[in-house]
Structures are given as structure tokens and as C-alpha cells.
Write a protein that binds this ligand. Structure first.
Ligand SMILES: C[C@@](CO)(OP(=O)(O)O)[C@H](O)COP(=O)(O)OP(=O)(O)OC[C@H]1O[C@@H](n2ccc(N)nc2=O)[C@H](O)[C@@H]1O
Ligand SMILES: Nc1ncnc2c1ncn2[C@@H]1O[C@H](COP(=O)(O)OP(=O)(O)O)[C@@H](O)[C@H]1O
Length: 275
């Protein structure tokens, strides 16, 4: 059984307050895009091991047991001992440490895939409960629809928003930003106007009203990321921002943009909204 975990971008991101558990309450809009990994799970013939993990594509650091797809398997196996041994094949295309939620998407897709393959009968809500144990934004990828998210990024309200027809240019500089480190730099502030209201306004207004709170500290540390955002606006983006805790930056355009390959030296890709 094979599935294609997709990335997301954040449209705005307000870090509202620090919680007693050390995490932060935030508000953001998660929007799925069509940049995808591939994840395949087959029944392992040999029962010598519970699982094997084979990764191809972009190299990923860490041991197999650190990988979120393995963590997802083990999490379900605790409650469903009948889960059979599996071989996991993953092709990594979504860059890590990019604010694109690649690992979280892999983990959420693993839960959905195991639920289907082994007929576990988990409801969507139950899968979301498992997903959030693996990562704050992981539950979003279970339904994988545009949402206004609050809490630690795990409470969702649908948003009336479609980027269908827009052209998204996504730039991933060769910089890894750790989400944990990015949070450590933030002083939380409750926004004067909620993102839920801002996103209802025409996209042309977002440049002056929609903010990613991680940008100030990440741009200060890595001015080259700020420069990418400026360049996207110079190219005519209606809205441009860093996604999540970085380091990728996206621009949303009304028309296709030609000849960007040279400008961004191969670290770019064209995207469209996942419909
Ligand atoms: C903040 C976002 C916005 O999209 O950043 P990106 O990962 O996309 O860049 C995500 O919600 C992140 O989700 P995820 O990447 O799953 O976070 P986790 O692995 O659970 O947490 C990594 C670390 O970030 C911090 N963290 C994460 C989420 C949150 N609401 N408050 C936090 O303080 C914690 O220090 C935690 O140890
Ligand atoms: N399947 C996976 N894909 C990508 N990263 C993974 C995966 N499993 C575990 N990770 C780890 O997650 C970390 C990326 O997390 P994070 O910085 O939150 O990324 P992002 O900002 O892209 O969501 C990396 O250290 C990576 O080793």
C-alpha cells in the first residue's frame, strides 16, 4: 500500500502565549501544497523484526527509531498488538527543517495507512489524537484541508479559502532551522486582530496585515532568508512569507513566473495548492 504525504505552508503564524507545559499556543492557517514524499508499507514476510525502514531521495539524519513513521508504527502497535511486521519504504522529497511539516505529514500518513492496511477501524478523530502525540502540527495532515489552527497547532476550524489558480514559488535555502530553537527566540504576543479575520480580506492586503512571528528572529540570524522574501515581492508576489519556523519561503503569484531558476540557484520549486 502506497501513499504520498504532502507538505503544507503556513499563512500567517502568531505565537500567542507560552503554556505551563513549555509549548506555545499559536494561531496559524495550515494550507496543503502538492510537494510530496512517497510512503509505502508492505507486510514483512520474515518475522525476525517488527519493521525495517528504507529511505531514498533526500538524505535524512537520525536512526530509524527516531523517524516519525517508525514512531507512528510503534505508537499504534502499543494499542494494537495485532499489527503485523512491516517493511517501510520512504522516498523523501520534502526538505526537513524547512517549516513544511514533512516529517509530521509522513507520520500522519503512516497512521492512516496502517489504519487502512490492517483494518484498525480508527475514526478520523482517533487518528488525530494519535497524531498529535507525534508532533504538534501532525494532526492537521489527517484531514489535510485548509484550516485555521489554534492550541499548539492541533485545534482546527475550517477556513473559506482557496489558492486554486494561484502560482506558488517555494524557495528552500540550504539552511536547517530547528522548530524548537526557533521557539526559544520568541516573546509571545496576543495579536490585535486575529488571523481568522485577516485571511478573509483580499490577498493584496495580507502583505501589511498577516505576519509570521518567527520571521523577526530567523531573518536576523539568517539575512539571506529575508532577502528571498524581498526578491519574491520584487518578482510580483501578491503575498510572500516564511513558512512555519523556516527556513523555506513562499511567494503567491497571480500569473506564472518565468526564469526564476537562475535567480534562486536550483533551490526553488513551483507548487500549487492541493485541491
Ligand atoms: C510551529 C510549527 C508551525 O507550523 O512549526 P513548523 O514545524 O511548521 O516549522 C509547527 O506547528 C510545529 O509543529 P511540530 O514540528 O510538529 O512541532 P513538535 O515536533 O511537536 O515540537 C518541536 C518543538 O517546538 C516547540 N513547540 C512546538 C509547537 C508549539 N505549539 N509550541 C512549541 O513550543 C517545542 O519546544 C517542541 O519541543
Ligand atoms: N519522516 C521524517 N521526515 C522528515 N524529518 C523527520 C522525519 N522523521 C523525523 N524527522 C526529524 O524531524 C526534524 C524536522 O523537524 P522540524 O524542524 O519540525 O521540521 P519542519 O520545520 O520541516 O516541520 C528533523 O530533525 C528530522 O530528523
Amino acid at each position: 500500500m502506497i501513499t504520498f504525504p504532502n507538505a503544507k505552508i503556513n499563512l500567517g503564524l502568531n505565537i500567542v502565549e507560552k503554556r505551563p507545559d513549555g509549548y506555545h499556543n499559536l494561531e496559524t492557517i495550515f494550507y496543503p501544497i502538492n510537494l510530496q514524499d512517497a510512503l509505502e508499507v508492505t507486510r514483512r514476510e520474515n518475522n525476525d523484526k517488527e519493521y525495517t525502514l528504507h529511505i531514498s531521495g533526500s538524505p535524512l539524519e537520525g536512526e530509524p527509531e527516531d523517524n516519525l513513521v517508525v514512531k507512528a508504527y510503534k505508537l499504534l502497535k502499543k494499542d494494537y498488538p495485532g499489527l503485523l511486521p512491516v517493511d517501510i519504504h520512504m522516498y523523501k522529497h520534502i526538505p526537513a527543517g524547512a517549516g513544511l511539516g514533512g516529517g509530521s505529514s509522513d507520520a500522519a500518513c503512516m497512521i492512516k495507512l496502517l489504519n487502512d492496511k490492517f483494518s484498525l477501524g480508527l475514526s478520523t478523530e482517533r487518528m488525530e489524537e494519535y497524531a498529535v502525540k507525534l508532533g504538534a502540527d501532525c494532526a492537521f495532515f489527517i484531514r489535510n484541508k485548509p484550516v485555521f489552527a489554534t492550541g499548539i497547532g492541533n485545534l482546527f476550524e475550517p477556513v473559506e479559502l482557496s489558492l486554486k489558480g494561484y502560482h506558488i514559488i517555494l524557495i528552500k535555502p540550504d539552511i536547517f532551522v530547528s522548530t524548537r530553537d526557533a521557539f526559544a527566540e520568541i516573546k509571545p504576543v496576543r495579536p490585535a486582530v486575529s488571523l481568522k479575520e485577516i485571511v478573509k480580506q483580499p490577498m493584496e492586503t495580507w502583505k501589511n496585515s498577516m505576519k509570521n512571528d518567527f520571521e523577526d528572529s530567523v531573518f536576523k540570524k539568517f539575512p539571506e532568508i529575508a532577502a528571498i522574501k524581498d526578491e519574491l515581492y520584487d518578482l510580483g508576489a501578491v503575498y510572500a512569507a516564511m513558512s512555519g519556523s523556516g527556513s523555506s519561503v513562499y511567494g503567491i503569484f497571480k500569473a506564472p513566473i518565468e526564469n526564476v531558476e537562475d535567480k534562486f540557484c536550483g533551490c526553488f520549486c513551483r507548487q500549487r495548492a492541493l485541491e
